[in-house]
Design a protein around this ligand. Sequence first.
Ligand SMILES: NC(=O)C1=CN([C@@H]2O[C@H](COP(=O)(O)OP(=O)(O)OC[C@H]3O[C@@H](n4cnc5c(N)ncnc54)[C@H](O)[C@@H]3O)[C@@H](O)[C@H]2O)C=CC1
Ligand SMILES: O=C(O)C1=N[C@H](C(=O)O)C[C@H](O)C1
Length: 250
Amino acid sequence: MSKLRVAVLGAKGRIGSEAVRAVEAAEDMELVAALGRGDKLEALADSGAQVAVELTTPASVMGNLDFCVRHGIHAVVGTTGWTDERLAQLTGWLDQSPETGVLIAPNFSIGAVLTMKFAQIAAPYFESVEVVELHHPNKVDAPSGTATRTAQLIADARRAAGTAPAPDATVTALDGARGANVDGVPVHAVRLRGLLAHQEVLLGGEGETLTIRHDSLHHSSFMPGILLGARRVVTTPGLTFGLENFLDLG
Ligand SMILES: NC(=O)C1=CN([C@@H]2O[C@H](COP(=O)(O)OP(=O)(O)OC[C@H]3O[C@@H](n4cnc5c(N)ncnc54)[C@H](O)[C@@H]3O)[C@@H](O)[C@H]2O)C=CC1
Ligand SMILES: O=C(O)C1=N[C@H](C(=O)O)C[C@H](O)C1
């Protein structure tokens, strides 16, 4: 059986360099290109890549995806910074290339995907809910893509269940003291040397609290999800948002 031809964009970065090693080690894949900042995207097309794993920066991701979709190269995207406007633009490009698939995964680790799922289930049963994400201090965006997605899923679940807004008597607060408001859910971002990627969903009800915590301790935690995404995206045209769509979570 022929191997899946995979390229990595952002190949010298923290997660990109780990992805290069993971693709090289996968028996069913061939690493055909490993591009860094300043490398010409034409090398991607010349390499015959079927899938590009996009792990760059919010500033670079749209240009890279525009090129991939125009050349019919499927993409697995871990880069953050997604807004409704960006998603609409990408969907427009995919409409012009209906056989191409793009997976955007706010988080590739199974624990983080399950955290989001558990938070979604729990959210309507508690009066209060807040999200705290904790990352290494080299991260350029806040709050994290995972925390933003988690808050959106929590808000959707509470809306669908008709849950009342969380109680909060705050009248005066320093700017930022109550976190960022993502769809009505406070999200707090901590940047601390020594950390990698961590998240807590704090839920509170009368006389009890529930904390759902996930820790990514090494970039290897993201690799099984990236490889699964690359295998599945080639037969899944259009936009898929969230790795959970490629997992049977029930
Ligand atoms: N979805 C997930 O599970 C994960 C997502 N991420 C996200 O992945 C992105 C990268 O994270 P890190 O590796 O920590 O950052 P990083 O800064 O270590 O790596 C980014 C790399 O992309 C390169 N780059 C920038 N523009 C480029 C371009 N046009 N073409 C090719 N390379 C380009 C940079 O030179 C750098 O080497 C961030 O958005 C981060 O939030 C990170 C970890 C897990
Ligand atoms: O920048 C990181 O490191 C991470 N970024 C992603 C995010 O913003 O959610 C995923 C993970 O948290 C690691």
